[in-house]
Ligand binder design. Structure first.
Ligand code: GLU
Length: 406
């Protein structure tokens, strides 16, 4: 990310002081989370919340639960949120949170106690006008419901706008769950148009089968794309004639894994990235396309459903090969865009139809794609650097307008 930030800042001629402001997170909080486990023993977990920048509005970004969460990762992800919100031009800054834990080994009760204690640990910096969390890796609508309730009980009023990605019954937005996958589909469509390609003749490999990969694959399948491979945390399945994605998702739901899906070959998720295809959608986690495998990637177009799936070194290799990468801060911004709609609806107390949500999302994603594309043409650079230029320009101009509080 530092390479992209610097390249974009150079093109914008940004001075060193402003670069330092934008590089550095505004605030980082680490909390100890003591929890009584189901076996009666007390365990202490660690949680983080990093607020990168609030120049354009309250900090916004997900909370992830994973054994390998660390402050460096959360810090990087919080900055990505600042740039992502600026690319789609929603009035938020960036934040991110994480708790070191393995959700697969925790009961619902333990997860609830971790979530509530983590929330109360970071409560002072949360709020609809301060910092608004959302789901991320291994967190979901239920996590957000607990977070919302804990916050509300402390402030003694029901405050739905303190989180997004909540259950619809609790002030969540229609279309939020599908929003990131839907956004991936919209930007893929825009990129294909640019390349003169059509969905029917497009083979797609999707890495990940969760909220982004799974839903993205389903929506793209419906649009006529041929999804030839999809993976989960255990491995990938492949059928060169195209997979029946609704059947694949039903199989995944029933068995908890993709393996065993009839008529498909099984391979590792890393090997699947190198399969013959036109479009690759890495929608799992960071650092999947690296200097080790970038040379062997066959896709013409990469749509980054995950945050940070491509390393800097891989980026250089892909650029040389002429692969077009639609960067994460544009490609997966559908989620935070509908989070913005959710926050607006909560504050209005008036809820939109799913159709209104989806059309508004489409407008924003199409415009963001066109904005980034225009910057890429103007500066003769990759879409990734263009997205950074657009974002850094938007954030730094607001910073200059506000001036430095002293
Ligand atoms: N966790 C998602 C992301 O990385 C959504 C964040 C949000 O909606 O605030 O973009």
């Amino acid at each position: 990310m530092a390479r992209n930030f610097n390249a974009a800042a150079d093109k914008l001629g940004l001075d060193e002081g402003l670069r330092e402001v934008l590089r550095r997170p505004d605030r980082e909080v680490t909390v100890a989370i003591p929890v009584v486990m189901d076996n009666g023993k007390l365990e202490v977990f660690t949680g983080y919340r990093v607020q990168h920048n609030f120049s354009r509005g309250p900090c916004k970004g997900g909370i992830r639960y994973a054994p390998d969460v660390n402050l460096d990762e959360v810090r990087a992800l919080s900055a990505w949120m600042t740039w992502k919100c600026a690319v789609v031009d929603v009035p938020f800054g960036g934040g991110k949170g994480g708790v070191i834990c393995d959700p697969r080994k925790l009961s619902q009760g333990e997860l609830e106690r971790i979530t509530r204690r983590y929330t109360s640990g970071i409560l002072d910096i949360l709020g609809p006008d301060r910092d608004v969390p959302a789901p991320d890796v291994n967190t979901n609508e239920q996590t957000m419901a607990w977070l919302m309730d804990t916050y509300s009980m402390h402030v003694r009023r029901t405050t739905t706008a303190v989180v997004t990605g909540k259950p619809i019954a609790l002030g969540g937005s229609r279309g939020r769950r599908e929003a990131t996958g839907r956004g991936v589909m919209f930007v893929c469509r825009e990129a294909l148009k640019k390349l003169g390609m059509r969905p029917e003749n497009t083979r797609v490999v999707v890495q990940g089968s969760g909220n982004v990969g799974g839903i993205g694959a389903e929506l793209m399948h419906r649009e006529g794309y041929k999804i030839v491979s999809i993976s989960d945390m255990y491995g990938a399945i492949h059928n060169e004639k195209g997979l029946d994605i609704p059947a694949v998702m039903a199989h995944l739901k029933k068995n908890g894994k993709l393996a065993g899906f009839p008529g498909a070959k099984e391979l590792t998720s890393a090997a699947a990235l190198e399969l013959p295809c036109e479009v690759l959608v890495p929608a799992a986690t960071e650092n999947q396309i690296t200097s080790q495998n970038a040379e062997r990637i066959q896709a013409k177009l990469i749509i980054e459903g995950a945050n940070g799936p491509t390393t800097d070194a891989a980026d250089k290799i892909l650029e040389k090969k002429g692969v077009i990468v639609v960067p994460d801060i544009l490609a997966n911004a559908g989620g935070v865009t509908v989070s913005y709609f959710e926050w607006v609806q909560d504050r209005m107390g008036y809820f939109w139809t799913e159709e209104h949500v989806n059309t508004s999302l489409e407008q924003i994603m199409v415009k963001a794609f066109a904005d980034v594309d225009a910057v890429a043409n103007k500066y003769k650079c990759s879409m990734r650097i263009a997205a950074y230029i657009l974002a850094i320009d938007r954030v730094s101009s607001v910073y200059k307008l506000r001036g430095v509080f002293a």
